[in-house]
Design a protein around this ligand. Structure first.
Ligand SMILES: Nc1ncnc2c1ncn2[C@@H]1O[C@H](COP(=O)(O)OP(=O)(O)OP(=O)(O)O)[C@@H](O)[C@H]1O
Ligand SMILES: [Mg+2]
Length: 562
């Protein structure tokens, strides 16, 4: 009797070493021992490296398909207890990629065709065994090609998926930056428009406020017109705020940034907020004790807090909680990519409410100028666009997170100042000078191309005790300066036809090096840098201003050292 299973060359192939990788692993289904030897011999002669496992039953065939992992199957066509076609069917099911070659005695033409139809790679007649080696080589080669093709296809598929992912990512980024660009263009257009009208508009408001202020003070407490004047003033101030908002949105608000601690601003605003938000809204604040300083304009910071807090109030009609938080944090790239900012230390002002929250659609549009969901007359849709503009103007950013029915958090980020600016901020505190009641002395020259402004400034300042001259342009002003050596202070408009304020000041300075100057303007293009930043050495009064602010600044400037 023959041994049922014959193992050649290697006893165990389960952990085949690397060097044997090229070696064929042949599972041979053959019942005749001599034939098996002959076949192996033929293969060796043909230079084929292989290990073979020789089996003869269906059970062994099935087992070895799983355990031996053949890379080639050679099978006799008919065996005593098994047959080649069944073996082929099993192999196709279990190892469809493994080449299967029939090596058999004479089989009829029909059977031969049948084997190929059923997926055999080839058939070789035992009588013509010289065909075996070329047939094996071809089968192995084709399989390799198939594998390579498959690998190639897989690679292509992988590359495609990768490409699609990257395209999607780029599209996302592109859409993001396009949206940012659209927003920037919109804001720029509004900034330009606002810049265009701000100058004239603020001149009008200046006169209204300046006159209204005086009339209101002159009226007796029970005068029936007191309330009317109060209304006029209130509306004029709202008009001034609106221009400010428009300018801020386009990043064109004139700012005088200085090192400041955002905690101070939040604390200052808190009292006002308590009054405005009413009793139904609880205000909590969590201010970081060692908050880093930022370089910003305090008025703008007030504006940011007010705009966000008022939105929060509107989102909590039945009351709720407003949380004001500050922190300084070095931010990682992920977080910054959301706000489009470079790496670094940032001060974050976070304002959260427990209000209605926003839908995704609303969230996508909130920074658009004039986008509002509030009923007509309740909102202009400028609040958040302004906050956005201010954040950008200060090299910061803004992030929103909102959940319907749960609430909303806005985080406004500003780059932190790395040094300790405590001293600087104290030095920057303006001198406290009581200006309301006391009378003053001094000689002042007022210059503005708007006659109405000159007229009323002369009145206000004269009333306060100053000696005042007025001029409508630079040439006039220089003549007056020449003729009146007593003039100590020049108060000049910035944007004027002919000689502008800055040019006038330079000429005046040559005439009178000790002359002090205050610039005033509703939109001082010529004084500010492209970022809307006012140089520190300039004393600037933004139109429209209250009479009290005028008195204060004049007094401070006159007593300051040149
Ligand atoms: N905290 C918030 N909770 C829910 N929705 C908000 C919140 N803040 C803003 N919104 C939504 O964003 C919109 C735009 O806000 P934005 O402050 O720009 O304008 P507004 O408040 O409608 O008007 P304005 O501030 O000019 O008076 C609001 O109308 C509102 O729909
Ligand atoms: Mg608002």
């Amino acid at each position: 009797m023959m041994k049922p299973v014959r193992i050649l060359h290697l006893e165990d192939h389960a952990n085949e070493p690397e060097s044997a990788a090229q070696e064929l692993r042949i599972l041979m289904l053959e019942d005749v021992e001599e034939d098996a030897e002959l076949i192996e011999c033929e293969l060796q002669k043909g230079g084929i490296r292989f290990v073979a496992k020789h089996i003869r039953t269906e059970k062994a065939f099935r087992e070895e398909l799983d355990q031996f992992y053949p890379t080639l199957i050679l099978a006799d066509f008919s065996l005593p207890s098994f047959d080649g076609l069944s073996a082929l069917a099993i192999a196709k099911e279990k190892r469809p990629q493994t080449p299967f070659i029939f090596v058999s005695g004479a089989i009829g033409e029909e059977s031969a065709i049948e084997t190929l139809k059923n997926g055999a790679t080839d058939y070789v007649l035992k009588q013509r065994l010289s065909r075996l080696v070329p047939s094996v080589k071809r089968a192995v080669h084709e399989k390799e090609e198939r594998t390579q093709r498959l690998k190639g296809q897989e690679e292509i598929l992988r590359l495609n998926v990768d490409l699609e992912r990257r395209v999607a990512q780029r599209t996302d980024e592109l859409e993001h930056s396009q949206a940012a660009l659209r927003q920037a263009h919109k804001l720029q257009a509004i900034g330009q428009l606002a810049g265009g009208v701000a100058h004239d508009f603020n001149n009008l408001l200046q006169t209204i406020i300046s006159v209204g202020d005086v009339v209101e003070k002159d009226l007796s407490p029970d005068d029936p017109h007191r309330e009317d004047i109060g209304d006029i003033l209130q509306m004029a101030r709202r008009g001034a705020l609106l221009t400010k908002q428009l300018l801020a949105m386009g990043g064109r608000q004139t700012i005088q940034p200085r090192p400041l601690n955002l905690n101070d601003i939040v604390s200052e605003t808190e009292n006002l907020l308590r009054r405005i938000l009413g009793e139904d809204i609880t205000i909590l604040s969590e201010l970081a004790p060692d908050l880093a300083f930022i370089h910003a304009d305090p008025t703008q910071m007030h504006q940011v807090i007010m705009n966000l807090a008022l939105n929060a109030r509107d989102a909590m009609p039945k009351g709720g909680t407003l949380i004001l938080k500050t922190s300084s944090t070095p931010l990682d790239e992920l977080f910054l990519s959301k706000a489009d900012l470079p790496m670094g230390l940032y001060v974050i002002l976070s304002i959260s409410d427990t209000g209605t929250g926003m839908t995704k659609e609303v969230q996508e549009r909130i920074f658009e100028p004039f986008f509002t969901t509030k009923e007509q007359g309740k909102g202009t849709g400028l609040g958040l666009a302004t906050v956005y503009g201010i954040a950008k103007q200060n090299n910061g950013g803004i992030i929103v997170c909102s959940h319907l029915a749960l609430g909303t958090t806005f985080k406004v980020l500003f780059p932190a100042l790395v040094n300790d600016f405590n001293k600087a901020s104290k030095k920057d505190q303006p001198m406290k000078i009581s200006t309301e009641e006391t009378q003053s002395t001094g000689t002042i020259l007022v210059v503005d191309d708007e006659a109405m402004i000159v007229k009323h400034l002369i009145r206000r300042l004269t009333k306060k005790g100053y000696t005042v001259f007025g001029a409508s342009d630079g040439a006039d002003a220089l003549k007056l300066l020449n003729a009146n050596p007593a003039i100590q202070l020049l108060i000049s408009d910035v944007v004027m036809p002919g000689m502008n304020g800055r040019q006038l000041q330079e000429k005046a300075h040559k005439l009178r090096p000790d002359l002090k100057a205050i610039f005033m303007s509703g939109y001082p293009e010529e004084l500010i840098s492209e970022q809307g930043v006012m140089p520190h050495e300039i004393t600037f009064l933004e139109k429209p201003f209250e009479t009290s602010a005028l008195y204060k600044m004049v007094a401070e400037t006159l007593t300051s050292r040149a």
